[in-house]
Design a protein around this ligand. Structure first.
Ligand code: 5AD
Ligand code: SF4
Length: 455
């Protein structure tokens, strides 16, 4: 064990009450997982946890850099923390995650947010206890600017927020350099965890009663490209599927350029795989896809969707759409709407393009006014609402297997969960069913959800 974990623990044990930490993660599920690992380390160092930042002795803002508004929220919250720290002088403030891998952000913190004690990048778990120890021993600031790292650090226990849904990173980083995206710069190159480590973790989680295993990676389809054991993602899926137990396998995200028939065949064969595929298309226009460096065409994308529809007829699909990439024209955007009509997604995550310093797209001229991008977003949402409303009706009369998330919004006795197809299902039932699979017969379709009765 890291000797600094012991050292911090010894300091904390001398206090009258055990100190409290508050960890807030922004952004994607990979980042949430990192936050859970930081919590695991903090717990070993003797910290308890609080949801209330002003009560905490140590606050971690585990940041996201994918869009500007995520960064703005962090700087906003840092403003609040200054106020809390004025009242509680010993409060330790730590900024971790993707934002800290950008030189301009670290400079801004250094010059304008001097009350931040620790700045630590992604993949730096092994250095975190040492930094907490340094600050507790009187050092004012620790800025770790060693870059996103190249390794895979195993053995970091997580304090998971759910007792039945678990995220399992299978790889880190990204090699794709889509021209709009900051991820390759802040998370580094692709590196895969060993299949045996992943399988051991999943076996342990299933034995502990976890019912949903979410495999995570920036592009799970390139899993194993950097390993010598030859296991690629479809085979990993098959091996996880072979683990005994009642659980569902999900994964995020797949890059369409690497999503082949072997992936779809594995999904069709693995009875534990959710009947759902998230395949981010970003745009339906070939010229925009080329400017984005996505390395597939709309036709190629539709081919893989068509193959998936033929092999897995009850699957649903979701996607990410980037609206207003520099100089996207109305015609190019219309191509995106046409593609959406063809695929008929069950859900779309749409984002207005946000310029990221350091990426290739940041150098492009963008003559489209922001108001036009907002109008495009509205159009897209209206189309998607129509498709969802039409398509969700076909579930009426069918029975879906639902993993119950917990109490629903309809007051006492209502539950909500997600079906294998990743559709929100609301129904009546006792909250003791939380975390269990339940069969629900669908009776009605609502906006973005269906309703039913337990059978
Ligand atoms: N601006 C807006 N959205 C972005 N995404 C990635 N980079 C940007 C950016 N610069 C979106 C993409 C990706 C999702 C996770 O975030 O759609 O699939
Ligand atoms: Fe970003 Fe593209 Fe990598 Fe996804 S595949 S993380 S969008 S660079």
């Amino acid at each position: 064990m890291d000797p600094y974990i012991e050292k911090v623990r010894t300091i904390n044990e001398k206090l009258d009450a055990s100190p409290l930490a508050h960890v807030h993660s922004y952004g994607c599920q990979l980042n949430v997982t990192d936050g859970e690992k930081l919590k695991g380390l903090l717990s070993k160092m003797g910290y308890g946890f609080t949801d209330v930042p002003e009560e905490a002795d140590l606050v971690v803002l585990n940041t996201c850099a994918v869009r500007e508004n995520a960064e703005d929220r962090v700087f906003g919250n840092l403003g609040f923390l200054k106020h809390y720290k004025e009242m509680k002088k010993d409060m330790i403030i730590c900024i971790s995650g993707c934002m800290t891998e950008q030189k301009n952000v670290v400079e801004k913190i250094r010059s304008s947010y001097k009350y931040v004690d620790i700045v630590i990048g992604t993949n730096a778990f092994d250095r975190f206890p040492g930094y907490v120890h340094e600050v507790l021993s009187g050092r004012k600031h620790v800025y770790d600017e060693s870059g996103p790292g190249t390794g895979v650090s195993e053995g970091n226990e997580q304090i998971r927020s759910s007792s039945f849904k678990a995220s399992v990173p299978i790889m880190y980083g990204c090699n794709n350099f889509c021209t709009y995206c900051i991820v390759p710069y802040v998370r580094g190159r692709e590196r895969s965890r060993k299949a045996e480590d992943i399988l051991d973790e999943v076996r342990g989680l299933v034995a502990d009663g976890y019912r949903e295993i979410m495999l995570l990676g920036q592009n799970v389809n390139s899993y194993g490209n950097d390993l010598e054991d030859g296991i690629k993602f479809p085979e990993l899926l098959r091996r996880i599927n072979a683990i005994e137990g009642d659980f569902i396998i999900r994964f995020m995200s797949s890059h369409p350029k690497d999503a082949g028939k072997d992936l779809i065949d594995a999904l069709a064969d693995c009875e534990k795989a959710g009947h759902f595929l998230h395949l981010p298309v970003q745009s339906g226009s070939n010229s925009v896809l080329e400017r984005m460096n996505r390395r597939y065409t709309a036709e190629k994308y539709l081919e893989i969707i068509d193959y998936a529809k033929s092999r897995c007829p009850d699957f649903t699909f979701s996607t990410d759409i980037l609206i207003g990439f520099p100089d996207e024209t109305d015609e190019e955007f219309e191509d995106t709407l046409k593609l959406i009509e063809k695929v008929r997604y069950s859900n779309i995550y749409s984002f207005i393009y946000s310029k990221r310093t350091g990426t290739k797209a940041a150098l492009l001229e963008d003559r489209t006014p922001y108001s036009a991008k907002q109008e495009r977003m509205q159009k897209l949402l209206e189309l998607q609402r129509r498709i969802t409303t039409e398509d969700y009706r076909k579930y009426i009369g069918k029975t879906l297997k639902v993993l119950v998330d917990g109490p629903g919004k309809g007051g006492e006795g209502t539950l909500t969960g997600k079906s294998s197809e990743f559709i929100i299902v609301n129904f009546k039932g006792d909250s003791s069913l939380t975390g269990q699979f339940v069969n629900v017969k669908i009776t009605a379709a609502r906006n973005w959800a269906v309703e039913g009765e337990q059978v």
